[in-house]
Write a protein that binds this ligand. Structure first.
Ligand code: IPM
Ligand code: MN
Length: 371
């Protein structure tokens, strides 16, 4: 298979973690006989420094002309600490999500037995965790009208959702639930917010089309508690943009580190794959960041291409590093390995299993996946 992949390294640790994914993708290409072409684009603080624009038009064109986008991270402290900045790195990512209509952000929450002892939660709570957060990504308070009064003493952010915006992400989430444990939990704040009441109404309507899926409804404050108290109860969690942003960082604690979690953002155009972590500027350039969030995002990209065996080979190699203690500093502050070393180990592991592994052409079987 031949694929064009747009690569946006971004800010902070983005470049170093994404480079490990490219190593891993090259190992996959070599082992399974594929060709991946990488086309680089810039975005974020990096792009502001170079062009004054957090998302240059050329980057959008590169993304639209590719089969998938691999993205690192975005953000820089010089903007975080300057609330008056007119141009911000994050505007680049938000604009890209909107331009490509990446309305569904899929964030699987996986735990690894080898890391249980490092989790702040007791083993009892970690049993049976396997859920996926479907976060709506192009609506809500992130994209509503923003205002600051002239005297700068009053500000507002509108939270708006339309029925079609809710329906399109909800259908994907229901279909995903059908392939899993057939349970969908809508997380909202319907006791207070009008937008949440619209979400509930639309989900109740759609639920009738998915009779095999059990639906339950949970207020976001309760969900924040349940994710820690009884995370095994969840299968597919569907929620709006801002709640999804917050609860997915919270859920990452279950895996042991925010650095482990991948995501896929899908819509009608090119899909984007990125770790859920931020740019972690304190670690940038130090070769200490966790590359697994990015590498597992690359695995989701392979699934999206219909390459299930290849995606499995990446996940298997990742589990192998974790069970052998080849982990980065965020996972184990005492015994740890460099970002590049972990990337090399995973790429080597994939290559070494070259002969033992099955050569796949599952694309020709036309295996369809949502991501
Ligand atoms: C994420 C990030 C982004 C978001 C930021 C960088 C704009 O936190 O992808 O979760 O809030 O969506
Ligand atoms: Mn976030």
């Amino acid at each position: 298979m031949e694929k064009k992949i747009a690569v946006i390294l971004g800010d902070g640790i983005g470049p170093e973690v994404t480079q490990q994914s490219i190593k891993v993708l090259n190992a996959i290409a070599h082992r399974f006989g594929h060709v991946f072409h990488y086309n680089y684009g810039i975005m974020g603080a990096d792009a502001i420094d170079k062009t004054g624009n957090p998302l240059p038009d050329e980057t959008i064109a590169t993304c639209l002309d590719s089969d998938a986008i691999l993205f690192g991270a975005i953000g820089h402290p010089k903007y975080d600490n300057d609330p008056t900045a007119k141009v911000r790195p994050e505007q680049g990512l938000l604009k890209l999500r909107k331009e490509l209509q990446l309305f569904a952000n899929i964030r699987p929450i996986t735990t690894y037995h080898a890391l249980h002892h490092l989790s702040p939660l007791k083993a009892k709570q970690l049993k049976g965790i396997d859920f996926v957060i479907f976060r709506e990504l192009t609506g809500g308070i992130y994209f509503g009208k923003k205002e600051l009064s002239e005297d700068q003493t009053r500000a507002s952010d509108d939270c708006v959702y339309t029925k079609p915006e809710i329906e399109r992400v909800a259908h994907l989430a229901f279909q995903y639930a059908q392939k899993r444990k057939k349970k969908l939990t809508l997380v909202d704040k319907a006791n207070v917010l009008e937008t949440s009441r619209l979400w509930r109404k639309v989900i109740q309507e759609i639920a009738a089309q998915y009779a095999d899926v059990t639906v339950d409804y949970m207020f976001v404050d309760n969900a924040a508690m349940q994710i820690i108290l009884n995370p095994a109860q969840f299968d597919v969690v569907l929620t709006e943009n801002m709640f999804g942003d917050i609860i997915s960082d919270e859920a990452s604690v279950l895996s042991g580190s925010l650095g482990l979690l991948p995501s896929a953002s899908v819509g009608n155009k090119t899909a984007l794959f990125e770790p859920i972590h931020g740019s972690y500027p304190q670690a940038a350039g130090k070769d200490i960041a966790n590359p697994l969030g990015s590498i597992l995002s690359a695995a989701m990209m392979l699934d999206h291409f219909g390459l299930a065996n290849e995606a499995h080979a990446v996940r298997e190699a990742v589990s192998w590093t974790l069970s052998h203690g080849f982990v980065s500093k965020d996972v184990d502050p005492i015994n740890n390995y460099a970002t590049t070393a972990i990337g090399d180990l995973i790429a080597d592991h994939i290559e070494r299993h070259r002969d033992g592994g099955r050569r796949s052409s599952n694309a020709s079987l036309n295996q369809s996946t949502i991501i």
